[in-house]
Design a protein around this ligand. Structure first.
Ligand SMILES: Cc1cc2nc3c(=O)[nH]c(=O)nc-3n(C[C@H](O)[C@H](O)[C@H](O)COP(=O)(O)OP(=O)(O)OC[C@H]3O[C@@H](n4cnc5c(N)ncnc54)[C@H](O)[C@@H]3O)c2cc1C
Ligand code: SF4
Length: 469
């Protein structure tokens, strides 16, 4: 087959119809047939200097695997893909596809569907049965504890196990997966996809010990005595709060409280009725215009909210193109997610002033319109215009990002240094201030992305491997 970047248009698999998808929690994204997928791979120009490599934190070998995929060599494509990415089934679903924004084709045409191709190659591999457990041939006799089982912990565990070390992953939740399982909604990532990978990792010899908080159920002394190295991958779970009048009213919650509960419910876990947060029949205001906010929009609509409004303090980003972030940079432009398309009013340049209540229950949010300008030093400056308004609300979801890890004294007990924000300082990459304690993922990067967490886990495993030698 000939290379087809000029004759074949980009074709995305698209989402299931809104009317269908808002009535369930199944994945919203569809798949192309194999023939179309191969055609999409054939659009890759195999550039001399591929910027997609540069943009992908994992350095995935896009041109190489598009090349074999367009020749119909699915299995080879899978091996190339997994030579740099431990879990393409996760990134193929939830990655914001940093690579596609830097695809050379995006300059004059439309980028190759790299993320979708990644998911397709991986699903094909599982379907055809050539993803098999591959335990290491020999063991080194060294023991490594990985604390936290999000994408960083899983990637670190996988790479350490491949090196032949004996790996035990400790997780304080009931099941492994971190934010993949209890943050990201099922409609973006079906949890069977995580279980499928965990079964492989276990078959390869990794032990998972859930319901075990390191620092509590497993004491720090025991951890340090028992293991030759420790990899801390505890995430950055502390959400940013809004300490305003009315914050303690019934109906004001962190985004993750709702998202976590909904993921637990889909998984068949029980949540006592009095603790349940529900958007059903409610006027929902999501504060924060980012991805977590968008997940709250999708979840609220599935719970049958009466109305969903998402507000953001920053001005609306430009649509389509932003001079400030030219190619090949990641463009700061308006992002419309599948959840936004399901019904939501999006408003910008609104600062939250206070939460209003009646008899302890939230009834509205007072917001003030703001204007943004750039100071002489190039800093964004905000000024209130004087216009205020009350948005009726009986459920507010705070989605303004995450500030630091929830370590509950663990870092202090380990003697690991961390910065003023609470993120672990990595003096050398992935190396904490304590000799045998390494770090990976959001705990050291700050709240980031799945692809960066995987990359960080891989790097930590490499550093631990060198240390253990
Ligand atoms: C709602 C939401 C949606 C997101 N959507 C996307 C997306 O679409 N695409 C994307 O790329 N990124 C997304 N992200 C970001 C992404 O999920 C994170 O960047 C990533 O999960 C970080 O991985 P991690 O392994 O560092 O930490 P986490 O995934 O946070 O995992 C940390 C784990 O450590 C465990 N732990 C903590 N302390 C202890 C302890 N003392 N003992 C034992 N275990 C402990 C926690 O229980 C948790 O399981 C989203 C984040 C959120 C909150
Ligand atoms: S992991 Fe993300 S950035 Fe890297 S190739 Fe896949 S979709 Fe692109």
């Amino acid at each position: 087959m000939k290379k087809a970047f000029l004759s074949i248009p980009r074709k995305e698999a698209g989402y299931r119809p809104v009317i269908e998808r808002i009535n369930d929690y199944s994945e919203v994204e569809q798949t192309l047939n194999n023939e179309d997928r191969i055609l999409q791979a054939s659009r890759c120009m195999d550039c001399g200097v591929p910027f997609c490599h540069w943009a992908c934190p994992l350095g995935n070998l896009m041109p190489e695997y598009q090349d074999v995929l367009h020749k119909g060599k699915w299995q080879e494509a899978y091996y190339i893909l997994t030579s740099t990415n431990n879990f393409p089934e996760f990134t193929g679903r939830v990655c914001p596809a940093l690579c596609e924004k830097s695809c050379v084709l995006a300059l004059t045409n439309e980028a190759v569907t790299i993320r979708e191709n990644e998911a397709a190659v991986t699903e094909h591999a599982f379907l055809e049965g050539y993803v098999k457990p591959c335990p290491p041939a020999t063991r080194t006799g060294k023991k490594v504890a990985v604390v936290g089982s999000g994408p960083a912990g899983l990637a670190a565990a996988d790479m350490l196990n491949r090196q032949g070390h004996t790996v035990v992953v400790y997780e304080k939740d009931k099941k492994p997966g971190g934010l993949l399982r209890f943050g990201i909604p099922d409609f973006k990532l079906n949890k069977e996809i995580i279980d499928r990978r965990l079964a492989l990792l276990e078959a390869e010899g990794i032990t998972f010990k859930c319901d075990t908080t390191v620092g509590k159920e497993l004491k720090v002394k025991q951890l340090m005595d028992e293991y030759d190295a420790v990899c801390l991958c505890i995430g950055a779970g502390q959400p940013r709060d809004l300490a305003l009048e009315g914050r303690s009213l019934k109906g004001v919650h962190f985004a993750l409280e709702l998202l976590r509960q909904q993921n637990q419910l889909v998984a068949g876990m029980d949540i006592p009725k009095e603790e349940r947060i529900s958007a059903k029949g409610k006027q929902v205001v999501v504060i924060g215009g980012g991805d977590t906010g968008s997940d709250c929009v999708g979840t609220s609509n599935r719970q049958k909210a009466a109305k969903v409004t998402q507000i953001e303090i920053m001005p609306q980003p430009p649509v389509g193109y932003n001079d400030a972030t030219p190619w090949p940079m990641y463009p700061q432009i308006l992002k419309t997610s599948s959840s936004h398309l399901e019904g939501c009013e999006r408003r910008w340049s609104l600062a939250t002033k206070r939460f209003l209540g009646e008899n302890g229950q939230l009834i509205g949010v007072e917001v003030a319109e703001v204007e943004w300008s750039v100071s002489a030093e190039g800093k964004m400056e905000m000024k209130e215009t004087g216009k205020t308004e009350i948005i009726p609300a009986d459920l507010v979801l705070l989605s303004m990002g995450f500030v630091h890890p929830v370590h509950e004294g663990l870092l202090d007990k380990l003697g690991v240094a961390y910065d003023a924000r609470g993120n672990v300082k990595a003096e050398k990459p992935n190396q904490s201030s304590v000799a045998k304690v390494f770090v990976a993922g959001d705990v050291t990067l700050g709240a980031s992305l799945v692809v960066r967490a995987i990359d960080s886990g891989r790097r930590a495993a490499e550093a631990i491997g060198t240390f253990l030698k």
